[in-house]
Ligand binder design. Structure first.
Ligand code: S3P
Length: 173
């Protein structure tokens, strides 16, 4: 079984994915880390040196590879992964895969991302909280049509990590 966690940047895909993996005794795999290992470069450097189009091509390539995994894994993908190429279709059509959208509100995402934007090439240049709020509002509006295709949707606002993991497990089994 492959459980794919999707959602906007900073929606908790990696941290919740690790907790969920521990609870279910699954292996945790982060697509960005996988790309960085395979490409021997950070996501920021791939964007800087090879451009976003190259990054998106490699992202689809490695997503396809990971969707072939035959063991139990939690796969956390990038915020943009479901929104490019036919990635969301690949996720939905793959065997033994369940997709989970971690749904966070804009203010919540802004609060988290304002502290963690430097490693994220799409928002690293944004200076103020107001600009970031406007950017995320528009960006999420474009992306939500992909995220909403996930089979399971979990609202994360005002919940502890433990509660979110429990909610996911309840939806799954
Ligand atoms: C991206 C999200 C990032 C990473 C890249 C692009 C996006 O992953 O894949 O910077 O397009 O939203 P996280 O969602 O883990 O930050």
């Amino acid at each position: 079984m492959i459980l794919v966690l999707i959602g906007y940047m900073a929606s908790g895909k990696s941290s919740l994915g690790k907790k969920l993996a521990e609870k279910l005794d699954y292996e945790f795999v982060d697509l960005d880390d996988f790309i960085e290992n395979k490409e021997n470069a950070s996501v920021s450097n791939i964007f800087k040196n090879k451009g976003e189009i190259y990054f998106r091509k490699q992202e689809t390539l490695y997503l396809k590879e990971l969707l072939q995994t035959k063991t139990n894994i939690i796969l956390s993908v990038g915020g943009g992964t479901p929104c490019y190429a036919k990635n969301m279709q690949l996720i939905l059509n793959a065997d033994n895969v369940k997709s989970i959208y971690l749904k966070a509100s804009i203010p919540n995402l802004v609060d988290k991302l304002i502290k963690k934007k430097s490693k994220r090439p799409l928002i690293a240049h944004i200076k103020t909280k107001d600009e970031l709020t406007e950017f995320i509002g528009k960006h999420l509006f474009e992306r939500v049509q992909y995220y909403n295709q996930a089979e399971i949707q979990i609202i994360t606002d005002n919940k502890t990590k433990k509660e979110i993991v429990e909610d996911i497990v309840l939806e799954l089994f």
